[in-house]
Design a protein around this ligand. Structure first.
Ligand SMILES: NC(=O)c1ccc[n+]([C@@H]2O[C@H](COP(=O)([O-])OP(=O)(O)OC[C@H]3O[C@@H](n4cnc5c(N)ncnc54)[C@H](O)[C@@H]3O)[C@@H](O)[C@H]2O)c1
Length: 348
């Protein structure tokens, strides 16, 4: 289906990602249906969207009319068939479990129109593998938003082995209409571009601290103040959630090799349920908002971490996952880096 024909979008899953993707799509003028499995989740999404919009109106970021218009473009249901029957595009944002996704996709593909475009927001599962549950898998691909979708500008577009080029073009056009920058991931390899480079970098930071020469605060200070990252790697791990970082690294370990195994400190935090901001403790204690001064990291050479990041980015290019420009764009828009790895290397 061409992008001009897409009017109705259905989002499956009303959680962290789903409610926010739905908000973006409704704000871009699409008629959006949200489907979760229990009323409390749909109500939760509604509350989050409404309170977020209320704040935006109070802060002058949007008008009351625009907020109301967005809400008028949203509807909610618990019924899967009703949700997808008339959808032109489906975005699935349900939990990251292959068997669950395959089961739901089997049901969705049977109930949706044959020409509906079907997408998954999976972070770490194989698009081709999920696509096996979909009839006509040429219309199925990965549409990977970043958290929070209302703010993050990148969408990774990942064709599976069966996806046709028309579907890729349609999803790129829709992503642009949502105000996002699509970057096509040429190969369906775990981690795509951003998570592959970013999560590996977080793991490298932990290994550097484990070497005993540097502290968490020194590394974070240097990466924040010298390398101009929005947050140092440990504060970022705490923000993402150490469970999420850990699980992605385990998937990398299984698929890419043992050098991607979670660093000991990440594994320890995971086992002790110190998962970062959401549990109040991770690499930092969140009783108070942590911060690091510029002086703390003066001794640390940021190249110790930027070099491995660059090496990983080079692997992404060498493996045919993306070209250098796409990697740079993806890392800037999907990880908020001030510069892409290749731009950094060039500027050095
Ligand atoms: N959280 C992130 O930072 C992030 C970023 C990018 C991609 N993702 C991916 O997005 C997906 C969703 O992640 P999340 O963080 O929003 O999870 P979440 O747990 O916050 O939300 C998932 C929602 O799906 C609902 N659900 C379960 N089964 C369902 C079904 N059969 N139909 C409809 N809804 C169902 C759950 O009730 C829940 O509300 C995952 O694949 C994840 O890997 C997450």
């Amino acid at each position: 289906m061409s992008s001009e024909k897409i009017r109705r979008i259905t989002v499956l899953g009303a959680g962290v990602m789903g409610h926010s993707i739905a908000q973006v799509a409704a704000g871009a003028g699409y008629n959006v249906t949200i489907r979760d499995i229990a009323q409390e989740y749909n109500d939760g999404a509604r509350n989050r969207i409404e309170s977020g919009l209320k704040r935006n109106v109070e802060r002058g970021r949007t008008t009351e009319e625009a907020a109301q218009d967005l809400l008028d473009h949203l509807s909610y249901t618990l019924d899967l068939v009703e949700a997808v029957r008339d959808a032109d595009l489906v975005v699935e944002a349900i939990p990251e479990r292959l068997e669950l996704k395959k089961q739901v996709w089997g049901e969705v593909a049977a109930a949706a129109n044959e020409d509906a475009v079907l997408t998954t927001n999976t972070s770490s599962l194989s698009i081709t593998e999920i696509g096996k549950a979909v009839s006509h898998p040429e219309r199925f691909l990965g549409m990977h938003f970043f958290n929070p979708p209302t703010y993050m500008r990148l969408v990774e577009v990942i064709p599976g082995a069966e996806t046709d080029s028309g579907t890729v073009e349609t999803v790129k056009a829709v992503a642009k209409k949502l105000g996002k920058t699509p970057v096509v991931v040429k190969k369906d390899v775990v981690g795509f571009i951003v998570n592959r480079v970013l999560i590996t970098y977080l793991n490298e930071a932990a290994k550097i601290v484990e070497s005993g020469k540097w502290t968490v605060r020194q590394v974070d200070s240097a990466m924040q103040h010298q390398a101009k990252m929005p947050l140092g790697p440990f504060m970022l791990s705490d923000l993402i959630g150490i469970d999420i970082v850990y699980h992605i690294l385990k998937v990398f370990e299984e698929n890419l090799g043992k050098e991607y195994a979670p660093a000991e400190t990440i594994e320890k935090c995971y086992n002790e349920k110190k998962l970062g901001r959401k549990t109040g403790q991770g690499f930092y204690d969140y009783a108070e908002r942590p911060s690091v001064s510029e002086e703390e990291g003066e001794e640390f050479d940021i190249n110790l971490l930027l070099e491995p990041m660059f090496t990983e980015a080079e692997k992404v290019v060498a493996e045919g996952i993306a070209d250098k420009e796409s990697v740079d764009t993806a890392m800037k828009l999907g990880a908020n880096l001030p510069m892409g790895p290749f731009e950094w290397k060039e500027a050095k």
